[in-house]
Design a protein around this ligand. Structure first.
Ligand code: AMP
Length: 496
């Protein structure tokens, strides 16, 4: 089996890997590192969780170490494009970890935070710049950044980049890059439009791929509990009272759904935070940090917000709502049982979601075992649940807020204005915003299609991705979704 030492990576890189406890390369690393070290272009099909970041970061650090030179003012030597801020942060963190014994500078830029600090960080140039496309364009337009000296380009999660409507920004960015460069291109799927983009941007690329089919992680024990919508919150509260559940990711289909679940947990004194596109960057970072350091054991997330989040030791994933895209299910449950640990994925399924469940089982070619209600749990009747929901609607919130309305947000003054529609939300959080539902990667009809009134509760179409305000894509509205892509796992066995 290939070892990291076989590649001839620079010593400081090997030392950092040893410290990180990496014993042997993952399959994508085994395929990608050697050609990338030689300066070849790369076209990789791989998802988050496969070790793809190290697959490009390690050879890049090696190449920089081989040809040390100062970056030009307001320029960078390596440009990594990422579709989301979470992923951008994670990539930059990985570069810092793997490069800790080298003295390269790395900076991450994305929207939603003040630009002036980023401009300052770029003033003297940086070796590695990780960026989301919208903010990158802003910086270029403000002449705070030039791409004329980029030696290596990485395009990460190209399919999501396109799904989020970044194609025009991307084309403009690539036009500004020197023709003489190395390009490393990664995508979870390789449909025609992505393949033709790769064709345009890559020169004689080495193709690398890891199991692109949707398979569920073997170490994840899965179960489904049938519960009507009104019983779901009480069921969740009951399950989470168990202290053995150390770190749990709860998925909802919508942003408002996520907030509602957090409020429901707080009512029974279970500390939880939500992460989704309506949250500001500092809120997201705080929630993620608290989840990572264990001070908050429950994180409630929407699919897109959770994408790319890599948190070790998530013991449980709970699908409060079943996703209407089967690949999202695979992606969600893959958040647990990482790095060789075991995990449990519990899905709540109401009557309307049974079609989604069938779709998931068809895609994963597995039957998900049905579990009964946990011991000691008796679900509220539908009537009780409906009464509770109504009471919640009428409940006067602390400091005059209405339920669903966030602090600092003015109530809507428009007649008929609904809670949660204040101006404070506008221009932010486009990540999940929108009215459509995600398209299926295979173009197949979705269960429940066209049955608007029977769509599962909370299905307000928030899964449709749009360019975020902060990322301000200059392109047209996205045509697809940030979620509708095939997600697969490569060998999730122990890496040794
Ligand atoms: P990624 O697919 O880049 O998001 O990586 C997924 C996780 O795998 C990250 O937590 C990495 O730190 C970890 N990882 C990457 N490569 C290796 C390796 N060779 N051995 C062990 N863990 C790894």
């Amino acid at each position: 089996m290939t070892q990291f030492t076989d590649f001839g990576l620079a010593q400081p890189v090997l030392r950092a890997l040893e410290e990180a406890g990496y014993k042997s390369p993952t399959p994508i690393q085994a395929q990608a590192i050697a050609p990338a070290m030689q300066g070849r272009d790369l076209c990789g099909i791989a998802q988050t969780g496969t070790g793809k970041t190290a697959a490009f970061a390690l050879p890049i650090l090696h190449r920089l170490a081989e040809t040390p030179r100062r970056p030009i003012r307001r320029g960078c030597r390596v440009l990594v494009l990422s579709p989301t801020r979470e992923l951008a942060n994670q990539i930059a963190e990985n570069f810092s970890d793997y490069g800790k014994y080298l003295s390269f500078t790395n900076t991450v830029v994305f929207g939603g935070v003040t630009i002036s600090r980023q401009e300052k960080a770029l003033a003297n140039g940086v070796d590695i710049l990780v960026a989301t496309p919208g903010r990158l364009m802003d910086l270029i337009e403000r002449r705070s950044l030039t791409l004329e000296a980029v030696e290596i380009l990485v395009l990460d999660e190209a399919d999501q980049m396109l799904d989020l409507g970044f194609i025009h920004a991307l084309k403009r960015i690539v036009k500004m890059l020197p023709k003489e460069r190395q390009s490393l291109f990664f995508s979870a799927t390789m449909p025609k439009n992505i393949a033709s983009l790769a064709d345009q941007y890559l020169r004689d690329p080495v193709q690398v791929a890891v199991t692109p089919v949707a398979t569920t992680a073997e170490r994840v024990t899965q179960e489904v509990i049938f519960a009507h919508t009104g019983a779901k919150q009480a069921l969740l509260n009951h399950i989470l009272r168990d202290p053995a559940i150390e770190r749990v990711l709860v998925f909802t289909r919508t942003k408002h759904g996520a907030d509602r679940v957090v409020r429901g947990l707080e009512k029974v004194s279970i500390n939880a935070s939500a992460i989704h596109g309506n949250k500001s960057q500092p809120q997201r970072e705080r929630a993620l940090a608290a989840f990572k350091d264990g001070s908050c054991r429950v994180l409630v997330a929407t699919d897109i917000a959770a994408r790319g989040i890599d948190v070790e030791a998530v013991s449980h994933v709970i699908n409060y709502d079943l996703p209407n895209v089967p690949e999202s299910y695979v992606h969600r449950i893959g958040r647990t049982a990482r790095a060789g640990a075991n995990g449990l994925a519990i899905s709540f399924c109401n009557d309307e979601e049974k079609a989604y469940l069938r779709d998931i089982e068809r895609t994963t070619r597995q039957k998900i075992p049905v579990a009964g209600f946990p011991e000691g749990f008796s679900p509220p009747s539908r009537q009780e649940a409906a009464d509770n929901a109504q009471a919640e609607e009428r409940r006067p919130a602390p400091n005059g807020q209405r339920p669903g309305q966030r602090q600092g947000q003015r109530p809507s003054s428009r007649p008929g204005g609904r809670p949660g529609q204040g101006r404070g939300f506008e221009g932010r959080g486009g990540e999940n915003r929108g009215s459509g539902r995600p398209s299926r990667p295979d173009g197949a009809a979705r269960p429940q299609e066209g049955r608007g009134d029977r769509r599962p509760a909370g299905g307000q179409g928030e899964n449709r991705a749009e360019p975020r305000g902060e990322q301000r894509s200059r392109g047209p509205r996205p045509q697809g979704s940030g979620e509708g892509r095939a997600i697969g796992w490569l060998d999730r066995g122990p890496r040794s």
